[in-house]
Design a protein around this ligand. Sequence first.
Ligand SMILES: [Zn+2]
Length: 111
Amino acid sequence: MRQPRLPGEVYSSQGPIPVYPTAGLIVREDSYGRVLYPQREIEIDDSCSSTVQILTLMHELVHIALFDSGVTALVSLEQEEIIADAIAQYFGGAIQAGYMKFTTPAVKGAK
Ligand SMILES: [Zn+2]
């Protein structure tokens, strides 16, 4: 199956969040992305495989959802990472298996 590409932005309840492919971003040994909360931006290391990029994006989206819903105030950072990994693996797997896909809103004037 064809692997989806990173979208330029993703949905959030507070408005769209830009997604920036960033070379050489590796934050930690097992981390290839990050959320910049003040700017409400996501950076994904684009030097890793497209599969890792999509799973990383899913992981960062969970962080956004947990932050926006206030859950981050109720769990430790370690618990938040476990939750983000579990949900990212689930939705990333569903996308790879063809049960879900990324879509972006139609751009006005685009043909
Ligand atoms: Zn994380």
